[in-house]
Design a protein around this ligand. Sequence first.
Ligand SMILES: C[S@@+](CC[C@H](N)C(=O)[O-])C[C@H]1O[C@@H](n2cnc3c(N)ncnc32)[C@H](O)[C@@H]1O
Length: 353
Amino acid sequence: MDIDMNKVEQFAGQVVGDIAATFSGVMTNIGHKLGLYKAMAGAGAMSPKALADKTNTHERYVHEWLNNQTAGGYVIFDTDSGEYTLPDEHVPVLADDESPVFLVPALDVASSLWLDEDKITDVFRSGRGIAWSEHHHRLFCGSEALFRPGYKAHLTASWIKSLDGVEQKLKAGAKVADVGCGHGASTIVLAQQYPNSTFYGFDSHDESIEIANQRAQQAGLNGNIHFSVATAKDYAEQDFDLICFMDCLHDMGDPVGAAEHARQRLSEDGTVMLVEPAAADSVNDNINPVSRLYYAASTAVCTPCSLSQEVGLALGAQAGQQRLSEVMQTAGFNSTQRVAETPFNIVLEAKAA
Ligand SMILES: C[S@@+](CC[C@H](N)C(=O)[O-])C[C@H]1O[C@@H](n2cnc3c(N)ncnc32)[C@H](O)[C@@H]1O
């Protein structure tokens, strides 16, 4: 075989970088769990001993960890002083769990993929699905922690405002469903911002609903928020002014059926807000790190979740606006349009009226 060895070397270098990132993901998660990043945030240059003392950890381990972080460009090492600094610009990404770009929880999701590797390998052969509930619990908390900062930053400040006439209704007092609500991160953000409205969170995963109820209690909410176990096609409440699908329609076996049910449960002038992973319509336009990550999550979690349910349409997490609009149109919605986007999400507004 006559192959270009320069290209082989170049590609091997790329894969080494990926493998180094995979090894280092564990280091990042450990740094988060032990509070190492938080202890370094805004603290300037620190010796390994100072960091170990501040975090009640052992200096030798901390020193080795800092060298890994330096090699990855996460922290900066000063040869003269032997001290390490976490740049201020890295704090929102690694140390501030309220920041919209706090990305560390993605590693909990990644760890759940490793822990479920055997199951995922098996379904490639069998073609069967894997229900959301069959995954390692790190997936559930990781998804919640990963999505929550984005909901806090964008949901009420921009996404709701971008929907025609919806914010006024929510301020005055509206009825809202959050279908496939998981741990209720988005439902709680909405309920806190719009106390005159009533919020119903539905999810087919009973453990997630249990946690959502705990989160609502912790947030001091119990009047205007209700969580219950229900699939996207069998909740009974109706006359909703707004029905949200937050990063979940593509996980459903029958997204057309779910959208149809939503159409029937909306008030006359009601709106569906569809928040989905950012994606272009063609794989060739999805050649970027965010899509790469989403395609992996889609292969391991979203596609098997859909295939575990009736119909098993398996849209995948990178379905794109055109495909999602077709789903909504088939379900009887007259218009579906993009009203907002972030590097991680697209937000679509669907109206039946
Ligand atoms: C990626 S999680 C998103 C959770 C939540 N919306 C969030 O943004 O944090 C997908 C959720 O959809 C739920 N789900 C999947 N299929 C469902 C169905 N047919 N009916 C109701 N919930 C479903 C799963 O149980 C899971 O909680």
